[in-house]
Design a protein around this ligand. Structure first.
Ligand code: SAM
Ligand code: FES
Length: 352
């Protein structure tokens, strides 16, 4: 197989089989990575021109009942101080975000039973009542079909739930027994059926991950056809069992992002904070590999350091306004423009 020919085929057809993807992952050379990224950027331009959408991230609780082995806020980590934002604090984040030009708010947190369905509904309705021109994205983990439906009818528009890995054996190495890949995938299918714009995704270079696992992830994503995909490098956290595992590579992350852009040409693809954490120019590299979304932090500065999923996370002490201005400069320097509209997936047609 010839890599350049495979990339051309992928660019033309937005399709490759698992062996072809695996061949690229196993054999790609750095000059071919440049070519892959060129094609990924050309593809994003067809749909989104030079625009990069901005989402304001509100990390509203670091309590979590789960114990994912890689995650710094897992329940068995007794060394972190836990926090929850009140409705008032969440609204203050949204108020500030709105003034700074954000039209999407991402409510992210651990799986925290304190936030009952009614409380989540109240948060969604409060934001939507005040800012009906904004989208709400939830990222609060695995819930029942009925809960997802309630949130949707309260006004939530999008839901991020990374599948983490599409390979059963690999999933078991990253999670305790009570967490099942089948449940996570059922959740994603439920969210789609209800009518959310859905985001799946994975960490690159997570412990035990092979190129074959990544190829399976990409085939899974192609089949699921989500509106958004979240991909960032794995970064160890000092209070987890994976503390001595190596940090994910920038180059591998870039390759997986570019392949994702080419397989799902109109997808919303963030240049993640994790990418910016492993390399000062990581998010710019992501934009130059087909990413078209950034998610600066809107959480109050005094809780930022408590939402540490991994070590050395960037922007810990920066005010929301600083993050917003910093990200705009970075986008411009990379040759793109910030777009402050609501930023739905271009192929999205609301079911309502
Ligand atoms: N509880 C929600 C969920 O399960 O989807 C949202 C919060 S969870 C912390 C968000 C994402 O952070 C996870 O899907 C995972 O991919 C990522 N993450 C967790 N630990 C990480 C690490 N050590 N390095 C990189 N990403 C990590
Ligand atoms: Fe629950 Fe990470 S283990 S958010």
């Amino acid at each position: 197989m010839n890599i350049i020919k495979l990339i051309d085929k992928l660019y033309e057809e937005n399709l490759l089989n698992k062996n072809e993807i695996l061949y690229i992952l196993d054999n790609i050379k750095s000059y071919e990575v440049d070519y892959l990224c060129e094609k990924a950027v050309a593809t994003r331009k067809k749909f989104y021109d030079n625009k990069v959408y901005m989402r304001g991230l509100i990390e509203f609780t670091n309590y979590c009942k789960n114990d994912c082995y890689y995650c710094g806020i897992r329940c068995s980590n007794k060394n972190i101080s836990r926090y929850r934002l009140s409705l008032e604090q969440i609204m203050e984040c949204a108020d500030l975000g709105y003034k700074l030009g954000y039209r999407t708010f991402v409510l992210q947190g651990g799986e925290d039973n304190y936030f009952t369905d009614d409380k989540i509904v109240e948060i969604i309705k409060s934001i939507k009542y005040k800012y009906d021109d904004c989208a709400i994205t939830l990222s609060i983990g695995e819930k029942s079909y009925d809960s997802y439906k309630k949130f949707f009818h309260a006004g939530a528009d999008r839901y991020l739930l990374r599948h983490e890995t599409a390979t059963e054996e690999h999933y078991k190495k990253l999670h305790p027994k009570n967490l099942r890949l089948s449940n996570r995938i059922n959740c994603l299918r439920d969210l789609k059926e209800i009518g959310y714009q859905v985001g799946a995704g994975l960490m690159v270079d997570s412990p035990y991950q092979t190129n074959e696992n990544i190829a399976e992830d990409l085939i899974f994503l192609k089949d699921l056809n989500p509106e958004m995909v979240g991909i960032g490098p794995f970064i160890p956290h000092h209070d987890t069992i994976f503390k001595d595992e190596p940090t994910g590579s920038l180059e591998k992350s870039i390759i997986v992002l570019a392949l994702t852009r080419l397989l799902l040409p109109s997808v919303l693809l963030p240049a993640t904070t994790a990418l910016g954490t492993i390399n000062p120019k990581g998010r710019e590299a992501g934009l130059n590999a087909g990413c078209n979304v950034v998610m600066p932090n809107l959480s109050p500065t005094d809780v930022r350091s408590k939402y540490a999923l991994y070590d050395n996370k960037i922007c810990m002490g920066d005010e929301a306004a600083e993050c917003r201005n910093c990200i705009e400069k970075r986008i411009n320097m990379a040759g793109f423009v910030l777009d402050t509209s609501i930023g739905d997936n271009i192929n999205w047609h609301s079911p309502l």
